[in-house]
Design a protein around this ligand. Structure first.
Ligand code: PPE
Length: 327
């Protein structure tokens, strides 16, 4: 990805920190913050889309709940509950005037500068929570959503559930993601697909993966060391509404090569088709019909032009968000 220039990138000028809004320049941490040394952070990525009724945050509550679950797994205590953090995210978006943006809540073990504690034991360190936002374009390149990307199967194995649980969206997991991503980029691919410790397909460095074969959809189960993706959940529900069968099941590496269509899902990646894997063309080498159908429904839903499946409420309209209080 291209380097971002702070002058050209649209960034929310206010960052939420432990209950208040502070300036972007002041959103800093100490070099001895626990998380910097030991990876003790959990975070989220949430998109806010433009709609006819103003900006709307996609599945905000589900993302914040996953953040709280990630924190719980790592025994991080916070006084902010789901409502408070949803409200905080809305404040950041509203204050930013960005309209569409990407929201990044992060909760981490920091440093009490008056009473510092060092070493692996995380318990003495305070937990801080920040929420920043910026306008983030297409994750895997501008044309990726339409034309698809060329990817590889990584030589790195995905983290395992009994060492680093993928169920928590923990920063430390992303060291594994970085190994996968760097190897892919240096070998000329846009992304890498990791296999789990059993050798079955797991996920991309920052995306879940779906396979289409004979009109039905297959995706690795939660037990394959995947993040329980919110876009993944959305796509499963949309597909079922469209009458397409979805199977959450173990997928062999070779099944990727002979699939009719393969695509990634993620907040940042949205729904991105994969046109080749390890230089083997997938299907026709173009975005497949089912991928396209799912994309169309997905983008209509996120822009408020189509109801979510099962009458679920997936959008939080920033303008009329009930619990927003101005500072
Ligand atoms: N797996 C991983 C490892 C992952 O990081 C993501 C999101 C997903 C699956 C999809 O989850 P969801 O966003 O709930 O559908 N990755 C986030 C971070 C990307 C980044 O580079 O940072 C994202 O898409 O926001």
């Amino acid at each position: 990805m291209a380097k971002n220039d702070v002058k050209t990138l649209k960034i929310a000028q206010k960052v939420w920190k432990n209950g208040e809004l502070i300036n972007w320049e002041d959103a800093r941490v100490h070099v001895m913050a626990h998380s910097l040394h030991y990876g003790s952070s959990v975070f989220e990525g949430i998109r806010c889309y433009s709609t006819k009724k103003g900006p709307a945050i996609f599945r905000l509550r589900e993302h914040i709940q996953r953040l709280l679950n990630s924190a719980k797994i790592y025994r991080m205590e916070t006084k902010f509950d789901c409502d408070a953090l949803c409200e905080a995210a809305i404040r950041v978006v509203k204050e930013s005037q960005l309209g569409q943006c990407y929201i990044r809540p992060i909760m981490f073990r920091s440093l009490d500068e008056q009473n510092p504690a060092f070493g692996v034991n995380p318990f003495p360190n305070p937990v801080d929570c920040f929420i920043a936002a910026w306008d983030w374009g297409k994750y895997l390149g501008d044309e990726a959503v339409e034309n698809g990307v060329d990817v590889c199967v990584s030589s790195w194995t995905r983290i395992t559930s009994n060492s680093l649980p993928a169920m928590a969206k923990a920063s430390a997991n992303y060291m594994n993601s970085q190994l996968i991503k760097m190897e892919a980029i240096l070998n000329g691919f846009a992304e890498g697909i990791a296999l789990d410790d059993r050798g079955y397909v797991s996920e991309g460095s920052g995306e879940n993966i779906f396979v289409v074969k004979d009109g039905e959809i297959y995706t690795p189960p939660l037990g394959a060391s995947i993040l329980p993706g919110i876009t993944r959940d959305s796509v499963i529900k949309i597909a079922r509404e469209l009458g397409i069968k979805v199977h959450e099941t173990s997928i062999q590496r070779a099944a990727l090569y002979v699939a009719d269509e393969v695509f990634f899902t993620g907040t940042a990646a949205e729904i991105t088709p994969i046109r080749s894997i390890d230089r083997i063309t997938i299907g026709s080498g173009k975005r497949g019909e089912i991928t396209k159908k799912l994309q169309e429904a997905f983008f209509e839903i996120v822009h408020g032009e189509r109801p979510a499946p099962n009458q679920e409420k997936w959008l939080t309209y920033v303008e009329d968000a009930r619990f927003y209080h101005r500072v």
